[in-house]
Design a protein around this ligand. Structure first.
Ligand code: SF4
Ligand code: SF4
Length: 313
């Protein structure tokens, strides 16, 4: 018999730190996405606008969807936050990108979970698994699966795990028992909004990507607008500031999983060394890393800005 409890138990066995189940319904939070696009906050991420209709509801992705099995996996490692020991001469990289490409790691685990479900289920069912790249507002489903609430910093925050988590989900046609949604627990805190180096929050929980270091260093092609360059500091790939300051991460668990440990090629590297590294060598150092998304040219652009920022700090 395939029931929610057995799926969650199997998910834990496969290495997921949390698993919950949300109904595939018209959750009110899903509706804001099209307005967010209309305000221009997605910048040049045209693929988001193109998939806006499908992102409005998972039933637009898979018409038979009845539930979404949402998972969270801790990628945090036993390292101090950069806000505690910032060294302007060393490259800062978002924590999720330190180890192996999370798409591949989580995709493999979701495939194992789905294969097991098909073995256990007495009836055939439709299913699709996604890790970040699918046309799914996965944070909303994670919230309705009870994994955590969407914080003012736009990250899903689990009361037990914090926000250093990668999400992955299986949309399925099974009518599984669903969880209660997670409750909002930011309260009156505004630490993340105040700490953002580039003032990227248009409002609590509303990110203007065109000002966000993660977007600028990863998704944006071409020159980074000059007024925002100083705010990049020594960030060369992504930014964790709004998570580092979050009180819910103060005692967040760490993972000993080899997949998430820092890769030597990018581990607290001196910016001057990276600046002098040839594009082919940068490309080789990106093998198996989610940092491939920025491409060597993008990283060289970011490194040059970070070096310049270090020289004037
Ligand atoms: S990731 Fe960095 S730049 Fe982007 S909103 Fe958070 S603190 Fe601001
Ligand atoms: S820093 Fe405060 S406001 Fe921001 S996400 Fe964390 S708890 Fe919420």
């Amino acid at each position: 018999m395939l029931v929610s409890a057995s799926i969650k138990s199997k998910a834990r066995e496969l290495g997921f730190d949390a698993c919950g189940i949300a109904p595939a319904a018209a959750h009110p939070e899903l509706a804001f996405f099209s307005e967010w696009i209309a305000r221009g906050y997605a910048g040049s991420m045209d693929y988001l606008a193109r998939s806006s209709d499908r992102r409005a509801d998972v039933r637009n992705v898979m018409a038979s969807a009845r539930t979404v099995i949402a998972t969270a996996t801790v990628y945090n490692t036993d390292r101090p936050y950069s806000t505690e020991c910032a060294d302007p001469s060393r490259a800062q990289i978002a924590r999720y990108a330190w180890g192996d490409d999370y798409h591949e790691v989580i995709d493999t685990r979701l495939a194992m979970l789905l294969a097991w479900m098909r073995e256990e289920s007495p009836e055939p069912f439709d299913a699709r698994a996604y890790v970040d790249t699918g046309p799914v507002q996965e944070r909303v489903y994670a919230q309705y699966a009870g994994l955590g609430w969407i914080g003012k910093n736009t990250c899903v925050i689990s009361p037990a795990l914090g926000s250093w988590i990668v999400l992955g989900e299986i949309i399925c046609s099974l009518a599984l028992a669903v969880d209660a949604p997670a409750l909002e627990q930011c309260g009156t805190c505004t630490l993340c909004l105040e700490a953002c180096p580039t003032q990227a929050f248009a409002a609590p929980g509303v990110l203007d990507s065109t000002r966000c270091i993660s977007y600028l260093t990863i998704e944006h092609r071409g020159d980074i607008p000059e007024p925002l360059q100083a705010g990049l500091g020594s960030h060369v790939y992504g930014c964790d500031v709004c998570q580092e300051v979050c009180p819910w991460n103060a005692s967040a668990p760490v993972s000993a999983d080899a997949a998430w440990q820092p890769r030597p090629a990018w581990d607290a590297r001196a910016l001057s060394e990276l600046r002098d590294t040839a594009a082919d060598d940068l490309r080789a150092a990106l093998a198996g890393s989610s940092m491939r998304r920025a491409k060597p040219a993008g990283l060289q652009r970011n490194i040059a800005i970070a070096v310049h920022n270090g020289e004037r700090s």
